[in-house]
Design a protein around this ligand. Structure first.
Ligand SMILES: Cc1ncc(COP(=O)(O)O)c(C=O)c1O
Length: 387
């Protein structure tokens, strides 16, 4: 009997096991949270705005936060007004709202292969048909590749892409391709759902989001502060463009709005001017973690299997060997106390080679080194066995 599909729910629950070195879930480390700044923000907001903080407010999100997000986006080359911003429950809330606003059962969607598992789960629940465009670090699809997928019949209703440091591949769309992609989709009348959740982890040289090249007609931008400030805040947002009213209406029917205290805390944190310094710190610790894990992988991976270097973020994508290795290796690693996720779940259509995503952020450096070592050992013997 076939195994039941792994759910995001199962992956999130697995993260609670303290006995496992968890290289599987895509969550950041709690060791690098800006706790002092968040505490100051909370205390300041409690002292000055407690009554508003514990009341209902505007369904699209607190004005203070939407203004702070406008400034945050301005620095990143995206010029919008607060009224164009819809605050959501994490990036997941933004993805769900936008996908459900734009799509219906039977529509065709163009997405990355591999793509973030949560995006695929949401799209499957809507009942869309997938058309995938392969991507990898150094093999990112150029506008011509996207165009081919967009021009095929039936005409797709949406293109979904994590534009910078895509999860799990680590791929980043080149800056020079971005305006062309936006223009191409605008002409074809196909909206782009741009997930930019990892953009800030790439560094100062990060390309401008696709949304920076759009007038609001084509790119639906979504992101959150989960990978940078604190996932527990659950603060994300969308720029729904011409779908603003429909998206706000959908979200209002579902939740009215999210928790107000996290909105106030996030607004205060963004206004404090501590964001950019905090991001510098994260980029530097994650670079060290990637280097540590990447060094072990480059020495220990069996022949024919390689690890991509995404030059940002905290995940490594390992690929090569027969697809059958994925289940075998994940199971054996877990038996040895290391959780790794077989990359098959990140594909709408089964991948042609084995792949694994390793999270380098959460484990301590010692556990990371041990976990990656065990992973390489298990993979090596599985490759030999299958020969
Ligand atoms: C590409 C991508 N989008 C969205 C999310 C979910 O973000 P949030 O925790 O803000 O809902 C993740 C989390 O791993 C992700 O990798």
């Amino acid at each position: 009997m076939a195994n039941p599909p792994i759910r995001l729910l199962d992956l999130m629950r697995q993260t609670e096991d303290p006995l496992v070195i968890n290289l599987a879930a895509g969550i950041p480390s709690a060791d690098f949270l800006p706790l002092d700044a968040l505490r100051t923000a909370l205390e300041g907001e409690l002292a000055s705005r407690a009554r508003e903080m514990f009341s209902y407010h505007r369904p699209e999100g607190a004005s203070l936060l939407r203004e702070a997000i406008r400034d945050y986006l301005g620095v990143r080359g995206v010029g919008v007004q607060p009224e164009q911003i819809l605050v959501t429950t994490g990036c997941s809330g933004a993805l769900a709202t936008m996908m459900n606003t734009v799509l219906k059962r039977g529509d065709t969607v163009v997405c990355e292969g591999p793509a973030y598992y949560g995006q695929l789960e949401l799209l499957r629940a809507i009942g869309v048909k997938f058309r995938t465009v392969n991507t990898a670090v150094g093999q990112e699809p150029d506008p011509g590749k996207w165009e081919k997928a967009l021009k095929a019949k039936p005409k797709p209703k949406l293109l979904v892409v994590t534009s910078t440091l895509s999860n799990p591949s680590g791929a980043t769309l080149k800056e020079e391709w971005r305006p062309r992609m936006v223009e191409m989709c605008r002409k074809m009348g196909i909206p782009i759902l741009e997930d930019d959740i990892y953009g800030d982890l790439l560094g100062r040289a990060r390309p401008k989001p696709l949304r920076a090249y759009d007038d609001g007609s084509t790119v639906l931008y979504v992101t959150s502060f989960s990978k940078t400030v604190a996932p527990g805040l659950r603060i994300g947002f969308a720029l729904p463009g011409k779908w603003m009213d429909a998206a706000a209406d959908r979200q209002c029917r579902q939740t009215i709005h999210g928790g107000v205290p996290p909105e106030f805390i996030t607004a205060s944190f963004l206004r404090s001017g501590r964001m950019e310094g905090h991001l510098e710190m994260l980029r530097s610790v994650y670079a060290k973690r990637r280097e540590l894990a990447g060094g072990i992988l480059s020495r220990e991976l069996p022949e024919g299997v390689r690890a991509d270097d995404p030059s940002g973020g905290y995940m490594l994508w390992v690929r090569g060997g027969r697809p059958g290795l994925m289940e075998d290796v994940s199971k054996q690693c877990l038996a040895k106390g290391v959780a790794v996720v077989g990359g098959g779940i990140f594909f709408a259509n089964p991948p042609k080679e084995a792949c694994f995503r390793l999270n380098c952020a959460r484990a301590t450096p010692e556990d990371l080194a041990r976990g990656v070592g065990i992973f390489c050992e298990v993979l090596k013997s599985a490759v030999v066995r299958k020969k």
